[in-house]
Design a protein around this ligand. Structure first.
Ligand code: TXA
Ligand code: MG
Length: 328
């Protein structure tokens, strides 16, 4: 199959109505979108990604008003409304009790909650407004590999397997949405750290928290919870934060990903500095996956990556690095 790249929203909509898959730009990463209520499209998403059926998908909607009918109204905590008002459209995914007769089991992997998100990218907003069904969309990478933040990443990884990539340019945030469920008292609980930091959630709902160790141990049902994910093919080792903590390396065969400054003693063309001189976490997030794609393509033997400070979205960035390194 030939994969076309373009900005034709009507074409993307027609393909999706017909059950085909389309890669879509979002403000976080590119998604591999299909009709969220059609079993054949859902199965195709899992097949193209090589993703186990046990890993649930996010449903994407045009606005919070469109959630009606898909989630059980009586079971939406007050904090969910507060978060939606503050962060949608945007990089927030909420786990809400699904209407089982409407949301297919394949979307949620049989779980009682469905993950819902209102993406902000203008092209995907236009697209969703042309459709009368939600889009199921995981990140548009083969299962376990680095998520795409540029249309070229999608073409390289999924070219030939899908008919169309909707070209929305580089993704602004650069890391996935923050996945938030709700605890026993209706408090927001972060299941996957992401583009919205815990601190930002707490400014709106002060009781927002991370999962406890006991909660984390309960379930390994989703890919965000697997020890590896987002991985390059080249072995990756982490150090720091701080260049002083870098291990000894072989300059001829090593690449490095750093935060503010390059690693001394290593050729600059084998390095990516994510926020040179500035140390800005949002800038680092924007470039993180593209840097991993780039370094992974250099044909080196080892990659080193510097950890980020654990504040704000630094937590999400470190989580991605740990998972990328765990692949080995
Ligand atoms: O930014 C994003 O969220 C991107 C863009 C394309 O929207 N999508 C994305 O999808 O990252 P994916 O499939 O790569 O990751 C979805 C995450 C996984 O960690 C999955 O386990 C979790 O959401 N998830 C989905 N449905 C869930 C559910 N019902 N219960 C618990 N976790 C769920
Ligand atoms: Mg993913």
């Amino acid at each position: 199959m030939e994969t076309l790249l373009g900005t034709d929203v009507a074409r993307a909509a027609a393909l999706l109505r017909a059950g085909e898959l389309v890669a879509i730009p979002t403000e976080t990463v590119y998604g591999l979108a299909g009709h969220g209520l059609r079993e054949d499209s859902l199965q195709r998403i899992f097949a193209v990604k090589g993703r186990p059926l046990s890993n649930p998908l996010i449903l994407h909607f045009a606005s919070p008003e469109h959630l009606g009918g898909y989630v059980r109204p009586g079971a939406v905590p007050a904090a969910a409304h507060t978060l939606l008002a503050a962060f949608s459209p945007g990089p927030l995914t909420l786990l809400l009790s699904r209407e089982p007769a409407v949301v297919p089991d394949t979307v949620t992997a049989g779980l009682p909650d469905v993950a819902v998100r209102i993406p902000a990218h203008p092209l995907v907003q236009q697209l969703l407004h042309q459709l009368d069904f939600p889009l199921a969309a995981p990140s548009a990478n083969p299962f376990g590999y680095i998520s795409p933040t540029l249309p070229e990443h999608v073409l390289r990884q999924l070219g030939g397997k899908i008919p169309y990539v909707l070209d929305g340019g580089p993704c602004e945030a650069g890391i996935e949405s923050t996945v938030v469920g709700f605890g026993p008292a209706g408090e927001p609980v972060v299941y996957r750290p992401g583009a919205i930091s815990l601190e930002a959630l707490q400014q709106v709902v002060p009781t927002a928290r991370l999962r406890t160790a006991a909660e984390k141990a309960q379930r390994v049902a989703s890919p965000g919870l697997l020890p590896y994910h987002y991985s390059p093919h080249t072995p990756l080792q982490l150090f720091g934060p701080g260049l002083g903590a870098a291990p000894a390396f072989e300059a001829g065969s090593t690449g490095a990903l750093t935060f503010r400054e390059p690693l001394p003693g290593l050729p600059l063309e084998q390095q990516v500095v994510l926020s040179p001189g500035r140390g800005n976490l949002a800038e680092a997030a924007h470039g993180l996956y593209a840097a991993l794609h780039h370094l992974d393509g250099l044909g080196l033997q080892h990659l080193l990556a510097e950890r980020f400070p654990e504040t704000g979205i630094g937590m999400a960035l470190n989580e991605r690095l740990e998972k990328a390194a765990a692949r080995g």
